[in-house]
Design a protein around this ligand. Structure first.
Ligand SMILES: [Cu+2]
Ligand SMILES: [Zn+2]
Length: 174
């Protein structure tokens, strides 16, 4: 009888833990990046809500070997133009200056540079604060994610001076 009661308690704890992880690992979204400005750059970027942060995972290929590239969420979910200028400027719902993710002030859409390896592939994870996947004024859903030709210097306003746009994808709920 005592054994039966112990097993029942463990089962109940397991069920509660399951519910907890569902709450934390909420909404997610994905952007399929298409090549822009005559490049062959493409990839996938996922956005997953983790508490008050958003985990960004990028897998981008077709970049020049061993190079760094500016990487941001841009305000308009429109990648239709050949140079991706249709995506507008950096997503900046709170009116901040451009910067790096580690600076106190930066655009909500500022992500740090992607680094391509010797095969021209960049795989990276970042944790963004100041944006959400869930609907709201700072949601990334319906925006665009852009990879640039050059590194972001994290200083030049309001762009980071990272040059042309080599890949662009609209962020959609998944
Ligand atoms: Cu950008
Ligand atoms: Zn910016």
């Amino acid at each position: 009888m005592k054994h039966v009661r112990v097993l029942f308690c463990l089962a109940a704890v397991g069920a509660l833990a399951g519910c907890g992880s569902m709450d934390i690992g909420g909404d997610s979204a994905v952007a399929k990046l298409d090549a822009k400005s005559g490049t062959a750059t493409q990839g996938t970027v996922t956005f997953t809500q983790r508490g008050d942060r958003v985990l960004v995972k990028a897998d981008v290929s077709g970049l020049p070997p061993n190079t760094e590239h500016g990487f941001h969420v841009h305000e308009k979910g429109d990648c239709s133009s050949p140079d991706a200028m249709s995506a507008g400027g950096h997503f900046n719902p709170t009116g901040k200056p451009h910067g790096s993710m580690s600076m106190p002030d930066h655009h909500a859409g500022d992500i740090n540079n992607l680094r391509a390896d010797a095969s021209g592939r960049a795989q990276a994870s970042f944790e963004l604060t100041g944006v959400t996947v869930a609907p709201g004024p700072t949601s990334v859903v319906g925006r665009a994610v852009v990879v640039h030709k050059d590194p972001d210097d994290y200083r030049t306003q309001p762009t980071g001076n990272s040059g042309g746009r080599v890949a662009c994808g609209v962020i959609a709920k998944s």
